[in-house]
Design a protein. Structure first.
Length: 425
């Protein structure tokens, strides 16, 4: 299906591009969706992921967590949009799941976006941010099976459909890179910092007008609940999907994905184990998604086209010591690979990035993209850590000290590579 093309150097160390050479003619759109529960047993000895100082496993289940899938067909080719209520998609998970999806459904890796919503209230997986034991190994295998089953069910549910896209705004995120008098730039609240309030919604409905799925994208961390919380939760992303699905009596799948949220926290955060704020912010974001969906015009014809491109940028790491601190020293480390995955559905560009991208890269991609409906989907098809824009490196904050990238490569490579891929469409 794919053909190999040679990209310009773009100042990167290495690049590999796989393009699906789809025909230019549109076909009949068919869409199917499914949702699979991935909540572990309440007594499972699983550590939660997302906060380095939180060593204890979860002590209860506040809300159940899911993997959701939407399978698309234009009559000739098929693709899959998948979201898991997890903190990340470890590289090993992406490699294994994408291979199995191809074997069991025929959908090739370059035709799928497998994303994490980035909740900090889900279990750690093998290859993730937190060291794991045998229980986590077993849970990782269960998640892999659930993702494959979600795609399989979504494919079995394929039906003639219509698609459309729209945008709204929600004020539930805020820039978190604050300049403090004693710690320099660090985690905080910066209302003057860049923050994209766009709620992107892609609507899939049957020919009779019955909603099949809503794809929702917004740039915010799933961190309403802090490290004091020890209950399993999908946090703000899960609350948003749950609100939308319940609004429609669970007759649709609401697949939430994270935009360029590397420097974006919820506008307010809970203390302790009070989940009131999670539901409130999820309702605000969910209501806006529903309002946007109601205004979207849909069309039955579709053209699918995909591309993947792996860029490799120079790496570095911060020297040991307390954080935050006034001065930091960085040393060279292994190069960092970033997988870029483009899925075109008509003129909707889903731009998947295997990392935690800061806002200004997402804004630049939208500005330079040849398509007005460009949606950056982060934590997708692997995990590359924080990806700051070049200017952000001058403000040494948590994101900069945590990133494994040297400045001067990733921003240009991501934007230029996506634009070049889009120009092949």
């Amino acid at each position: 299906m794919g053909s190999l093309l040679r990209l310009s150097e773009l100042g990167i160390l290495g690049a590999a591009l796989a393009l699906a050479s789809f025909g230019a003619e549109k076909g009949e759109l068919r869409v199917g969706a499914a949702r699979i529960d991935i909540t572990p047993a309440e007594d499972a000895a699983l550590p939660l992921s997302g906060y380095a100082d939180r060593k204890q496993g979860f002590l209860g289940i506040h809300d159940r967590i899911y993997t959701r899938a939407v399978v698309l067909s234009d009559g000739t080719h098929q693709a899959a949009l998948i979201a898991c209520e997890l903190i990340s998609i470890p590289n090993a998970l992406w490699e294994e799941v994408s291979k199995r999806i191809q074997q069991e459904t025929g959908i090739p890796p370059e035709n799928m976006l497998l994303s994490a919503v980035h909740t900090h209230g889900a279990p750690s997986l093998r290859g993730g941010y937190t060291a794991v034991g045998p229980e986590s190994e077993a849970y990782t295998a269960r998640v892999e099976d659930a993702v494959i089953e979600a795609v399989r069910q979504a494919k079995a549910n394929l039906q003639p459909a219509r698609v459309g896209v729209g945008e709204g705004r929600a004020y539930v995120n805020i820039n978190r890179r604050e300049l403090t008098p004693d710690r320099g730039w660090w985690l905080g609240v910066n209302p003057d910092g860049p923050s994209d309030k766009t709620v992107a919604v892609v609507k899939f409905e049957s020919l009779s007008g019955q909603l099949i799925a809503l794809f929702i994208n917004y740039g915010v961390h799933g961190t309403v609940m802090g490290q004091e919380n020890l209950q399993l939760t999908g946090d703000l992303p899960g609350a948003t999907s749950r609100f939308v699905e319940q609004r429609f009596q669970d007759k649709l799948v609401a697949l939430w994905t994270s935009g360029a949220a590397g420097d974006q926290n919820p506008v307010s955060r809970a203390s302790g184990s009070d989940f009131t704020l999670v539901g409130a912010l999820g309702q605000i974001l969910g209501e806006e998604a529903v309002r946007v969906a109601a205004r979207i015009k849909t069309y039955p014809q579709a053209r699918l086209w995909t591309a993947q491109h792996v860029i490799t940028c120079p790496g570095r790491t911060v020297t040991p010591g307390p954080r935050p601190r006034k001065e930091y020293t960085f040393i060279d480390s292994d190069p960092v690979s970033i997988r870029l995955s483009l899925l075109m559905l008509n003129d909707i560009a889903f731009a998947g990035v295997s990392g935690e991208v800061l806002t200004m890269i997402g804004r630049r991609l939208k500005r330079e993209s040849p398509f007005s409906q460009t949606i950056m989907v982060t934590h997708t098809n692997g995990s590359s850590g924080y990806i700051p824009d070049d200017a952000a490196f001058d403000q040494v904050s948590y994101e900069i000290t945590t990133s494994h990238l040297k400045p001067g490569c990733a921003e240009n490579a991501i934007v230029n590579s996506f634009v070049e891929m889009m120009n092949q469409y």
